[in-house]
Design a protein around this ligand. Structure first.
Ligand code: FE2
Length: 364
């Protein structure tokens, strides 16, 4: 294998541009069980925006909103609604990462820049990605603070109530028809990622809509980025619906690892999180298709959890409804037992369910 010219340590954080960061942070704390760790805003001397950093296990989310109507953040939200702006990856050497990416054709939005305070130095660099989404490299080995210079630590009011989210597993981008292969090439060329070989890229279709999907991963397999594009179906696909409501390409879902998906889903249901319902028929031949697993099939059925298997093992997964009024970003919870796939065996059942929701919205 060739040497990794852009070694990535893992996901650093995901930053969302939202209409009201204070309320978003409250929601992710009280409902999804994240712990507030840092904040930037008027009280830290930042005059134009507020950002809240929350963490659960290795998953770190940042919610940002701005104060003025012409601010970049405000304009992003006006166009796209609440959504993912920044996919941040931790690297050991930010300057080298930006230099390598640039020499391979990346559009650099912010060159490697050092930010300092009394807690040390944090370096970041930003690359243009699909739509208005960007990739950020973060070098934090020289920084001891809670998140980044300019942020003050936040202590949660009351006890954190985590639901078991351990890490970010993968993040999926939706792009326009005909653009998927461009972005596959981009990940390969700019970031040195490879296509996940055993993932079939034949199109996944239902009666109405279809999509094409390819998965790119970094050298260590830690960071995985599936890319979807719509394929022509009889009616408008769920990818088309996303592209219309997000006003362009962007992050469709963020998948998070949980060690005990049944416990996590039970807890989140109690906190009124809405998950996609799969048709009851899905469970009818599931056991004969999947075989023996540690979990109880009756419990999976009760909670609406999906199961898939490949030659390496099995996985359990579930998807939330969109997290905002626009049918755009949603979340996946995933519990892996060896399986490195993404639940391709579930796509059909899942899409039938997704389309039922789409129909309810009058968008099919
Ligand atoms: Fe996924």
């Amino acid at each position: 294998m060739s040497t990794d010219f852009l070694p990535i340590r893992g996901y650093d954080h995901v930053e969302f541009y939202v209409g009201n960061a204070k309320q978003a942070a409250h929601f992710y704390e009280k409902v999804f069980g994240f712990t507030p760790v840092a904040k930037m805003g008027l009280e830290t001397g930042c005059r134009d925006r507020a950002s809240y950093v929350l963490q659960q296990g290795g998953a770190r989310f940042v919610f940002t909103s701005a104060f003025g109507p012409d601010h970049e953040v405000t304009r992003h939200v006006a166009l796209h609604g609440d959504g993912v702006k920044v996919i941040a990856l931790e690297v050991g050497d930010c300057e080298s990462a930006v230099r390598e990416a640039k020499s391979r054709g990346a559009t650099v939005i912010q060159k490697a820049t050092a930010f300092q305070d009394e807690q040390g130095t944090l370096k970041t660099g930003i690359l243009r990605y699909a739509g208005d989404t960007v990739f950020k490299f973060v070098e934090r080995t020289g920084y001891r603070g809670p998140f980044a210079p300019g942020y003050k630590p936040l202590t949660p009011v009351g006890r954190p109530r985590p639901v078991g989210i351990a890490a970010i597993d993968h993040m999926v981008t939706n792009v326009y028809l005909g653009e998927m292969n461009y972005w596959v090439g981009w990940y390969a060329q700019i970031l040195g990622f490879t296509q996940l070989k055993h993932f079939s890229d034949k199109d996944i279709s239902t009666e109405y809509s279809a999509l094409m999907s390819k998965v790119m991963e970094n050298g260590t397999g830690k960071c995985k980025f599936p890319i979807n594009e719509p394929a022509e179906g009889k009616k408008r696909s769920q990818i088309d619906e996303f592209l219309e409501y997000y006003a362009g390409p962007g992050v469709q879902h963020v998948a998070m690892n949980v060690p005990d998906i049944c416990a996590a889903v039970r807890e989140l249901r109690q906190r009124d999180i809405d998950f996609l319902r799969v048709p009851d028929t899905y469970y009818e031949d599931l056991k004969s298709r999947i075989g023996a697993i540690e979990e109880d099939y009756a419990e999976l059925r009760e909670l609406g959890i999906l199961v898939d298997r490949d030659e390496d093992g099995y996985l359990l997964q579930i998807f939330t409804q969109p997290m905002q009024d626009r049918p755009t970003l949603f979340y996946e919870l995933i519990e892996r037992h060896g399986c490195r796939g993404f639940g391709q065996g579930n796509f059909k059942a899942l899409f039938v369910s997704l389309e039922r929701e789409q129909e309810r919205r009058g968008n099919l």
